[in-house]
Ligand binder design. Sequence first.
Ligand code: SF4
Length: 250
Amino acid sequence: MVVCHRNAVTMNRSTPGKPRQASRPGGRGRESLAARRERAGRICARLSASFPAAACSLDFASPFQLLIATILSAQCTDRRVNMVTGPLFRRWPTADRLAAAPPRELEETIRSTGFFRAKAKSILGCCRGLTEEHGGEVPRSLEALVKLPGVGRKTANVVMGSAFGEATGVVVDTHVGRIARRLGLTRHGDAVRAERDLVACLPRDQWIAFSHRLIELGRTICTARKPHCAACPLEPLCPRKGVAAAKASR
Ligand code: SF4
């Protein structure tokens, strides 16, 4: 596939001598699945070269700790979650101990992560489920994880990928969803639909690393408000869908 930069100018064959703007990859017409897979493979290669060590930035020492930390990370930075989980796990180190925590005390401990009442309810329900259904252990199964109270597909994929090393799907958080849309790998704002598009075009052995690397890109270069496309390793492969419109609306 020919790769074209946004400002590249080619000669128009129908009117010799007249320059025209070249199209960006995935930016005009409907890209076939085969073409999208090929482009996605090259995106993975560039992400690997730029962010070789990208990994989960939540602190955890066990699948249980990662599960609880991921529930806490909704609408909150991983840095803030890491400040809370140390004291949390020192006080309630296991699922059965945490399941028995007084709700008000748990709420106070996690208050700074935001939405603390809903999160406390999710954590207590999740820990009761772990204790009653799984002997206090985190199940190594996406299907079993999503049946736990307060655990959605994203949280389950985080645990399966980063705690167990199993690629059951692609974690679609706010960074991954936004950048995947800009890259033209999905057009869906809904995380489940976006994940379906991503697993269809990404090699399975890239599912876990892709999310970690895109999150790193989203924190540093392809930020929500102002993507720094000139500094982006994916620039030659990106149609920047929605980027111009976002700038115009500011
Ligand atoms: S920074 Fe620009 S070129 Fe890079 S992924 Fe985001 S929108 Fe595409």
